[in-house]
Write a new protein. Structure first.
Length: 347
């Protein structure tokens, strides 16, 4: 068999789209423009803003405009709920965000099936649509959207956006907490000075300690503001994809992939942590039960194994530290596993 194409990498990222809902209609934007999707935070509202701009959001120490897409489409105003989603995007010249009802799914648009909308509509923001079964998905032109928002003048604002937000104390606390999380994304950064020849990331799965050599690790991420989106027709060890700074990574449940005996697979929640792997072949991240520590492991305490049973579990070696055993993963073997690739032999 010839395995040359990644099963878990989008064939053409330019055709991957993120769907969102407004009332009973579905819209989509090109995923390459999406930086992050989060739930409704507290948004600062200066005194004077253009008509469609809800307020200002601190995103990674950058202040960006947040607009209500309903206003752009001339739809009736609607009270916001804690479940509303905010899509943070990058345009050609700026970062901005929009409030939508819900974010639903990703899909890959086949260019031949994208159809053009006839006539003028909303400054030509929606110029094409895509049909999946009986569902019509209106595709937003992000460049046109950015131009429309930039051209809005400081005319009299007829919408009091502050009145649309939840007012109860519990909701205010939740939105405030979300704003703080967005201001500085919860990334466990690995400084360049950290990387060393003997540095390892220690994590737990199924109550066992595992290690990954630090040079294989790109980032350690807490999933508070990074929703994992399910992908249909993928192996059961694939939890979905996550958007990290505009790059899409496939999240793999190591318990399932390695074949550990366990009653259930890992459950993803806002406190779940993933290890993003640095690889030229794949964009993948490993879901863990817990990331425990970053430590130096001397070669003297590492016992390389020639054990078929351990090899099947992707364990390259064992380290003995303070009477504890740490399993060192064989990342080379793991990322070259044929299950992560499409069989091209029949093509």
């Amino acid at each position: 068999m010839e395995y040359t194409k990644s099963l878990l990498t989008i064939e053409d990222p330019n055709n991957l789209h993120l769907c969102f809902e407004l009332d009973d209609k579905t819209y989509a934007i090109n995923a390459k423009n999406v930086l992050e999707v989060t739930t409704l935070p507290m948004i600062n509202e200066p005194q004077k803003l253009p008509e469609c701009i809800v307020g200002i959001l601190n995103y990674n120490d950058l202040f960006i405009n947040v607009f209500d897409i309903r206003k752009v489409f001339d739809l009736p105003s609607k009270n916001y709920e804690l479940s509303n989603k905010v899509i943070i995007m990058k345009g050609d010249e700026s970062l901005f965000a929009m409030i939508v009802d819900q974010v639903s799914e990703f899909f890959t648009a086949q260019p031949a099936n994208v159809q053009r909308v006839m006539g003028e509509n909303f400054n030509n923001i929606v110029r094409t649509f895509y049909k999946i079964d009986e569902k019509i998905i209106n595709i937003i032109d992000v460049e046109k959207l950015e131009d429309t928002v930039k051209k809005v003048h400081f005319e009299k604002n007829t919408t009091s956006y502050s009145e649309l937000f939840p007012k109860d104390e519990e909701s205010l606390c939740i939105m405030q907490r979300r704003s703080k999380e967005i201001a500085k994304s919860p990334i466990l950064a690995l400084d360049a000075d950290f990387y060393g020849r003997n540095q390892y990331i220690i994590f737990t799965i199924n109550k066992h300690k595992y290690c990954i050599y630090s040079l294989f690790v790109k980032e350690l991420i807490t999933l508070k503001n990074y929703p994992v989106t399910k992908i249909p027709f993928t192996p059961d060890f694939v939890e979905g994809i996550v958007n990290l700074k505009g790059n899409f990574y496939t999240v793999i449940d190591l318990k399932k992939f390695i074949g550990l005996d366990c009653d259930s697979k890992s459950e993803i929640n806002p406190e779940s942590k993933i290890i993003v792997i640095e690889s030229s072949e794949l964009k993948i991240a490993f879901l863990t039960d817990e990331i425990n520590d970053i430590i130096n492991i001397s070669p003297e305490v590492i016992n390389n194994k020639n054990d078929m049973k351990l090899d099947k579990l992707y364990i390259q070696a064992e380290a003995y530290i303070d009477d504890k055993v740490y399993n060192i993963l064989n990342i080379d073997k793991l990322i070259n596993d044929e299950r992560l690739y499409v069989d091209n032999s029949s093509q």
